[in-house]
Design a protein around this ligand. Structure first.
Ligand code: HEM
Ligand code: HEM
Length: 124
């Protein structure tokens, strides 16, 4: 594994570590207020990022494109804004970062959809 696929899998594993540690702190403290932060850190950070990594490992020609790099960059930026953003929204501070992070996250998924769909024609 190399390049973009490696970046995605290593990031995903680190998000899993952070998400699980968050889960353990939540369980130990009996305070589940930030459950949605934990859930989305695991589901977007660990699960989705790992799927991106496995895809780019399976289709290296797709990984070696600008679209793929932009996709992973947007997905990563979206996650880093969305996760603290959810915490701020849940704590009643502001909804702005959650909205911005969500929009970047769905844009990332749109770019991934475009990469997957067009890679079939370009590299199959
Ligand atoms: C050490 C590992 C983990 C611990 C200790 C942990 C702990 C927790 C706790 C305490 C809650 C709150 C439950 C509630 O209030 O009903 C929770 C919710 C949740 N966790 Fe985890 N978790 C862990 C790993 C994961 C992973 C790996 C994922 C996803 C891949 C995940 C996904 C979720 C989701 C989706 C919820 C929300 C469930 C719901 O809607 O009721 N967790 N977790
Ligand atoms: C742009 C991306 C996403 C947005 C804006 C979003 C938004 C939300 C919102 C507003 C809730 C309700 C939270 C509450 O009731 O307090 C929620 C819950 C949930 N979402 Fe997402 N979501 C996104 C992506 C995902 C993805 C990719 C998954 C799974 C792979 C997922 C799984 C869940 C689950 C399991 C719950 C219930 C647990 C919880 O309340 O935290 N979401 N999401």
């Amino acid at each position: 594994m190399r390049g973009l696929a490696y970046f995605c899998i290593v990031s995903a594993a680190m998000y899993a570590l952070a998400g699980m540690a968050f889960g353990i702190v939540m369980a130990a403290s009996h305070d589940h207020t930030l459950m949605t932060v934990h859930a989305h850190l695991n589901l977007l950070g660990w699960v989705s990022m790992a799927i991106y990594g496995l895809y780019y490992h399976a289709v290296p020609a797709a990984a070696d494109t600008r679209l793929a790099k932009i996709h992973v960059g947007v997905a990563t930026l979206g996650l880093w804004i969305m996760i603290p953003g959810i915490a701020m929204a849940v704590l009643g501070m502001t909804e702005g970062p959650a909205i911005a992070g969500s929009l970047l996250t769905i844009l990332g998924m749109l770019l991934f959809t475009a990469r997957v769909a067009t890679a079939q024609r370009a590299f199959a």
